[in-house]
Design a binder for this molecule. Structure first.
Ligand code: DAK
Length: 255
C-alpha cells in the first residue's frame, strides 16, 4: 500500500509511502493518491486533509524519473493529466488542505505542496523545481502555481535554474507558511483548529480565495499540460531523464 489514509477525528492524514524511491510518484502511487483525494473531497466526515510523506527523508522527491524515462508523448499526456487532477483536487476540494513537508519536495512533490492551501516545512525540508536539469519543465502546475505563491520573479529564477531552497529560504520567499519540527504535529494542530470552525464558512472562504487565481488559472494549467507533451518527445528530455537513471550528468543538444 503506497497511500495511507488515517483518521484523526475530523482530520484525514494522507501519507505517501514509497520510501525506497524517496516517495517519488509512479503511476500506481499517483493513481491511488488521486483516487483517495477524490473520495476525501466528497467525504463529509473529513473536514480537513493533511498531506505528508512517509519516513524522515522525503515528502515526495518528484515524479518517478525511471518510470517517466520509458514514456512516449501520448503516455506522457495521460501521466500529466493524472498529476493535474490530483493538484486540482487539493486546490479546489471544499475543505482546507495542508502540506506537511517533511523532507525533499522536488518537482511533482513541490507541485503537490503548491496545490495545497497551506504549507508547513520541517527544518530539514528542501523544495524546488529541478525539472530543467532533466531537460523538461514543471508539468503538474508548477509553472502556474509557483508564480502565484511566490511572485513571478522568484518563480522564474527557481524554474530556470532548477535550484532547491532550504526551509529558511522557503519561508523567506513565502513558499511555506512556517517551519516546525515535527512538522506533522504543527499541521495537525492547525487542521484541528480549522476542523472546529464552520464547515460552510470555511468552504466559502476557500472558494472566494480561489477566485483570486482568476479565470486564466485553469487556462494556464491547460497550456502547461499541452506544451509539456511536445517537449517530452524532444531529444533533450530523453537525455535528461536517461542520464538521471544512469547516474551521470546530461548532455543537452537543444532539440
Ligand atoms: N524518481 C525515481 N527515483 C528517485 C527519484 C525520482 N524522482 N528521486 C530519488 N529516487 C531514488 C534514487 O534513484 C535512489 O534509488 P536507488 O538508486 O537506490 O535505486 C533512491 O531514490 C534514493 O535516492 P538517492 O540515492 O539519490 O538519495 P540522495 O539523498 O543521494 O539524493 C535527491 C536525494 C532527492 C537529491 C536525489 O535523489 C534527486 O535528485 N532525486 C531526483 C529529484 C528530481 O529531479 N525530482 C524531479 C523529478 S521530475 C508531467 C508532469 C510533471 C512531471 C512529470 C510529467 N507530465 C505533464 C507528463 C513531474 C516531473 C518531476 O517531478
Amino acid at each position: 500500500m503506497s497511500i495511507d489514509v488515517a483518521r484523526d477525528g475530523a482530520v484525514a492524514v494522507v501519507t505517501i509511502d514509497r520510501q525506497d524511491a524517496l516517495n517519488a510518484l509512479n503511476v500506481e502511487t499517483l493513481t491511488e493518491l488521486r483516487d483517495r483525494l477524490r473520495e476525501l473531497a466528497v467525504d463529509d466526515e473529513a473536514r480537513v486533509v493533511v498531506l505528508t510523506g512517509a519516513g524522515e527523508k522525503a515528502f515526495v522527491a518528484g515524479a518517478d524519473i525511471k518510470y517517466m524515462s520509458s514514456l512516449d508523448a501520448g503516455q506522457a499526456k495521460g501521466w500529466g493529466a493524472l498529476g493535474h487532477e490530483a493538484g486540482r483536487l487539493l486546490e479546489t476540494m471544499p475543505k482546507p488542505t495542508i502540506a506537511a513537508v517533511n523532507g525533499f519536495a522536488l518537482g511533482g512533490g513541490c507541485e503537490l505542496a503548491l496545490a495545497c492551501d497551506i504549507r508547513y516545512a520541517s527544518s530539514r525540508a528542501k523544495l524546488g523545481q529541478p525539472e530543467i536539469n532533466l531537460g523538461i519543465v514543471p508539468g503538474w502546475g508548477g509553472t502556474q502555481r509557483l508564480a502565484r505563491v511566490c511572485g513571478i520573479g522568484i518563480a522564474k529564477e527557481l524554474i530556470f535554474t532548477g535550484r532547491t531552497v532550504d526551509a529558511e529560504e522557503a519561508l523567506r520567499i513565502g513558499l511555506v507558511n512556517a517551519i516546525a519540527d515535527p512538522v506533522l504535529e504543527k499541521a495537525l494542530e492547525t487542521a484541528h483548529e480549522l476542523a472546529a470552525k464552520s464547515r460552510l464558512a470555511l468552504s466559502l472562504a476557500k472558494e472566494l480565495c480561489n477566485l483570486t487565481l482568476g479565470v486564466e488559472h485553469a487556462g494556464g494549467l491547460e497550456s502547461e499540460a499541452e506544451q509539456f507533451g511536445a517537449l517530452f518527445s524532444s531529444e533533450d528530455a530523453k537525455e535528461g531523464l536517461t542520464a538521471f537513471v544512469e547516474k551521470r550528468a546530461p548532455s543537452f543538444v537543444g532539440r
